[in-house]
Design a protein around this ligand. Structure first.
Ligand SMILES: [Fe+2]
Length: 243
């Protein structure tokens, strides 16, 4: 018999590619060094992930990364990846802060680091407005690039489901941070993540892991059967698009 208290039983991350994390060593607020990155890789594997695409911040004010700094950190990680885990790290991308600098780069058609040559991972300031997102989306879609909004549940200025729906209608895909469901960013964000999940608004799920501890916490993830059904839909979609 269906019960409100029944739990989702399937493994959450089995076979998935993690499309948002800060695994690369020493270039943003994620992994501090190559040893931390190695520990993170072991935990990715323990969670069931098959592959991972590192996405360091590109944010002029705090983490002024470039395709070159990211490539260097990626090469360093690849050189040090031992044989103790089999997780694939075949490419890298970035998490772009949508600000004036990003908009200018878009205008100038500067090279962008994409996921699967198709998608771009975007974030905005947690307390900022969404005004720039619309023109960013328009400009990206003209270049045949599909924008994925990272952790939409974390933006305090987006309050109603209808505002989220508008962004989806503009062409954004949504990526859920699994840690939001564990209350990592507070009860309000957790509640909002559950609401968006229930409404079927997410397309992708990722760890956004900044450290080995973030990944260890994900072992405690638990969902109701009802939310688990939505989670499985996302997982199946993601499995088709990212290997
Ligand atoms: Fe991130």
């Amino acid at each position: 018999m269906f019960s409100f208290f029944q739990k989702h039983q399937k493994p959450f991350f089995e076979g998935l590619c993690d499309i948002h994390n800060h695994l690369l060593p020493g270039i943003d607020d994620g992994s501090k060094d190559i040893n931390s990155s190695a520990e993170m890789l072991n935990e990715f594997e323990a969670l069931g992930f098959k592959s991972t695409i590192p996405t360091p911040h590109i944010y002029k004010e705090l983490y002024p990364n470039t395709p070159e700094t990211i490539k260097n950190a990626f090469d360093l990680l690849k050189q040090h990846q031992g044989h103790e885990n089999s997780i694939k790290i075949n490419s890298y991308a970035a998490e772009y802060m949508v600000d004036e600098v990003f908009m200018k780069n878009l205008e100038q058609s500067s090279p962008l680091l994409l996921l699967n040559d198709t998608y771009i991972l975007l974030e905005i300031n947690f307390f900022g407005k969404t005004t720039m997102l619309k023109s960013a989306c328009f400009s990206l879609c003209q270049k045949n690039i599909t924008p994925i909004l990272a952790h939409p549940e974390r933006y305090h200025m987006i309050k109603d489901i209808s505002e989220y729906q508008n962004l989806k209608n503009q062409g954004f895909y949504f990526q859920l941070n699994a840690l939001s469901l564990l209350g990592q960013y507070g009860p309000e964000v957790k509640q909002k993540a559950e609401k968006l999940l229930k409404a079927g608004l997410y397309d992708f799920v990722a760890t956004d892991a900044h450290s080995v501890n973030d990944l260890i916490k994900l072992k405690n993830l638990s969902l109701t059967k009802k939310l688990g059904i939505q989670w499985e839909k996302i997982r199946e979609f993601q499995l088709k698009l990212f290997s």
